[in-house]
Design a protein around this ligand. Structure first.
Ligand code: GLA
Length: 686
């Protein structure tokens, strides 16, 4: 197949309604919700391809992701390209009307690459060189890797850029995992330059990292080092900058590939698959601006029986980093995965509930890993759209049903979710709070945010996530459950939000350090003390297994981990400890600040007890707790013409009836119901 044989894709590049900043931002030419999965035809003989494509049509598949791990099949020996098989796949899919999300295979460099460039292997913190024999990129800072990655990317773009089946570029796979950092000599040299650039001079690096402590001062730039193993704990500010640097190094790899794709195929949008909630290594606020469409992978935490709440958090976070634009669920599983301790099979209806929960939170694509279960390799026990048990299986039946259901929901494409509440989320703060030698290792920002999120989830209040420096003025309520690190700009932003009439609720151990993980002059929470009207004088975590009781909103509550000694400076105490390390001490406060109000909770509360904290802010913000059966969700998206799309999801074993504006939505046990309400006029159901 030669490039000339293709009918050019350029003609199809009419501006899509979902375009952003003048660029196409959606799988080109796809006018429905996307449905499909990772497809790895190189693992199968040719006869199977024909059957695959026929079955994809039967299932309603309209998009497949191919090529993410195909480098060795495409270029088995350096410079020797084998395009025939991929040419054939392109043609087969194209004839069937299935569009292609083409991966660049740079997450799995071939054996010849590592043989030629052993120096490009990832070096872990203990100094071991990793791979080959699995997957995971080479060292992101190694020149040979960058050159080879951009080389194969260019070759792919030149070969397939004009193919009419090509809908989207999928760069790499899950950047940041399994490789989030490398300690190669290339990386260490780049870190030195990065640190000098970020801080401006050697003296400024010394100041930012507080190297005067434990006599770590660098006399010359060559002494700046990566956080290699040390006899005692590593410098925390250096560790934090290393995380920033590592995220940016990987981002440079993405940019290099993306820029080639934009140069050769400016009409094809580019994405890469994030793991918004689960990959701690990359700062997605920074990354999300670099892609044309945000795509996310989500896998349930098998051990968690109510894992649909974490799913919801992840989906809301993904929509938020996409800045409210429609996004793609690029991977999830039809049933069990194979990489957790016990891999729990999904029960009937669970896959559809999971999928529709993502859609209800703004996803315009429902994709899986993977199309056909592999017979060999590390993931042979991972579920698939077409499982080992074949088309007679329950999973296959549900896959075809879901395809049909998504086909009926095409009108949702492009509609938005509107939220009046935001939770602050900042990867840099998470990195900093995870560093060792804290007042309590188990005061987890992640658990804190998850608990506060779950309170909103149970109260059926739609929630965005926001960066602490974002414009928050459109939100009626902002929650900061875990904002350990706040930049000066973020602190000023929160202050302005409240002064301007906003409602802010802040959780414990917040506003403690600046961008360099340094405690500010002026006290432990100097960044937030003015807006909260409270100074933190001491952290008083509890001994393991102990509790401190407190009373808030007239209700007796319990803290299991954390108390703070507070001094009021304008705030009113609304909660007090009755025992524990600070009997009669203030546990929660309210502070009128400008035209708004800020609440502070200096303790940890579980999801039930949080209701007592949230009742006042909810009413100040005019938010109502919706009266729905427990574990039944009602999600809403709105089209630009004002049509409201409702998706009700019933996670329980009992049928539920949800009254919505004169409509009775009947949701079967473990099922999903949808309805569309026109902008004005009589409601219409599905
Ligand atoms: C990740 C990867 C896939 C596959 C799945 C399995 O999301 O991107 O290649 O390994 O996990 O769950």
């Amino acid at each position: 197949m030669s490039r000339e044989r293709f009918q050019s894709n350029d003609a199809a590049a009419a501006v899509d309604p979902l375009s952003r900043d003048g660029r196409l931002a959606w799988p080109l030419g796809l006018e429905q919700l996307a449905y499909g999965g990772d497809y790895n035809p190189e693992q199968w003989p040719r006869e199977t391809w024909v059957e695959d494509v026929a079955l994809m049509r039967e299932a309603g598949v309209n998009l497949v992701s191919i090529g993410m791990f195909s480098w060795a099949s495409l270029e088995p020996r350096r410079g020797e390209f084998h395009w025939e098989w991929l040419d054939e796949i392109f043609e087969l899919l194209h004839e069937a009307g299935i569009r292609i999300d083409l991966g660049t295979p740079t997450a799995a460099p071939p054996a010849w690459f590592f043989r030629a460039h052993p120096e490009a292997r990832v070096i872990d913190r203990e100094g071991r060189a990793l791979g080959p024999g699995s997957r995971g990129m080479a060292c992101p800072s190694a020149p040979a890797y960058r050159e080879a990655a951009t080389g194969i990317t260019r070759a792919l773009a030149e070969r397939y850029g004009d193919h009419p089946a090509l809908a989207l570029w999928h760069v790499h796979n899950e950047y940041g995992a399994p490789v989030g950092e490398s300690f190669s000599p290339f990386a260490q040299a780049a870190f030195r330059d990065w640190a000098l650039r970020r801080h401006g001079s050697l003296e400024a690096v010394n100041n930012a990292w507080g190297t005067a402590f434990w006599g770590q001062v660098f006399g010359v730039p060559e002494e700046i080092h990566a956080p290699l193993p040390t006899p005692s704990v590593q410098n925390p500010s250096l560790e934090l900058d290393w995380r920033r640097f590592s995220s940016e190094q990987i981002l440079e790899c993405f940019r290099a590939e993306r820029d080639i794709l934009r140069e050769i195929t400016p009409h094809i949008p580019v994405t890469t698959n994030f793991m918004a909630h689960t990959c701690p290594n990359i700062d997605l606020w920074q990354w999300a601006d670099e892609v044309d469409v945000v795509a996310n992978d989500h896998y349930l935490i098998a051990a968690d029986e109510r894992n649909f709440v974490e799913l919801a958090l992840d989906a809301d976070l993904t929509r938020s980093i996409a800045r409210g634009r429609p996004w793609m669920l690029m991977e999830h599983s039809t049933s069990g995965v194979n990489w957790q301790g016990r891999n729990i099979a999904k029960r009937p209806g669970e896959m559809a509930r999971n999928s529709l929960s993502h859609v209800g939170r703004g996803a315009d694509a429902v994709m899986f890993f993977q199309w056909r279960a592999s017979r060999k390799g590390a993931e042979k026990f991972h579920s698939a759209m077409l499982p080992h048990a074949g088309t007679g299986s329950r999973v296959w039946h549900e896959v075809t049903e879901l395809g049909a259901e998504l086909g009926r929901l095409s009108d949702l494409r492009g509609s938005r979710v509107e939220a009046e509440v935001a939770i602050l989320w900042d990867w840099e703060s998470h990195w900093a709070q995870d560093l060792p030698w804290r007042p309590a290792d188990d005061l987890s920002h992640r658990a804190q945010i998850q608990t506060w999120y779950e309170r909103l989830w149970r109260d059926h209040i739609a929630t965005d996530f926001a960066h602490p420096e974002d414009d928050l003025s459109d939100y009626r309520l902002v929650l900061a459950p875990a904002s350990y690190l706040l930049t000066d700009a973020a602190a000023a932003n929160l202050d302005a939000y409240v002064r301007g009439g906003g409602n802010l609720v802040v959780g414990p151990f917040s506003g403690i350090v600046d961008a360099d993980d340094g405690v500010r002059a002026g006290g432990l929470n100097a960044a937030l003390a003015p807006v909260l009207g409270v100074e933190v004088h001491e952290f008083c975590p509890l001994r393991e297994g102990r509790e401190a009781r407190l009373v808030l909103d007239g209700k007796p509550l319990r803290s299991r981990l954390w108390c703070e000694d507070l001094q009021l400076h304008g705030a009113e105490a609304i909660g007090r400890y009755t025992d524990g390390p600070l009997p009669q001490g203030t546990a929660a406060t309210r502070h009128s600040h400008g035209a708004g109000t800020a609440w502070y909770l200096a303790s940890d509360l579980d999801v039930e007890d949080l209701s007592a904290l949230f009742s006042e802010p909810y009413s100040a913000a005019g938010l109502a707790v919706r009266d729905l059966p427990e574990d039944v969700e009602l999600l809403e998206r709105r089209s630009t013409d004002g049509t409201r799309h409702l998706i009700a999801i019933n996670h329980t074993g009992e049928p539920a009836i949800i009254p919505v504006e004169g409509l009775r939505l009947e949701v079967p046990a473990g099922g999903v119901a949808t309805a569309h309400l026109p902008a004005a006029g009589a409601p219409a159901t599905d």
